[in-house]
Design a protein around this ligand. Structure first.
Ligand SMILES: [Zn+2]
Length: 95
């Protein structure tokens, strides 16, 4: 079962060539993703598919799974594997 799952992951690593939203060309690009879990935030530099026309970001199922794992860890405060790069502040702004 585990082996099958592993195979599935490697097969889904390729990106789609055309955007499912507008049919534009999709390129592989490194982008910054911000993930939230509970009161914690994680910033990731990841290579994703980006549509040249509408800017839609396309993630592989494997990447989405990894995001979910990170978000769960953030929520549970299991951040010892993460590198701390700064602090988050809550600021009250008078509009
Ligand atoms: Zn598009």
């Amino acid at each position: 079962m585990d082996q099958l799952e592993g195979k599935e992951v490697s097969n889904t690593m390729s990106y789609v060539k055309k955007c499912p939203r507008c049919g534009g060309d999709v390129i592989k690009k490194e982008v910054k993703e911000v993930l939230y879990g509970g009161v914690n935030t994680a910033i990731l530099n990841v290579k994703v598919g980006v549509c040249l026309l509408c800017g839609e970001r396309l993630y592989t199922p494997d990447l989405v799974r990894q995001f979910e794992t990170i978000e769960r860890k953030l929520e549970l405060q299991e951040t010892k594997d993460f590198q701390k790069v700064g602090q988050s502040f809550q600021v009250a702004v008078v509009a």
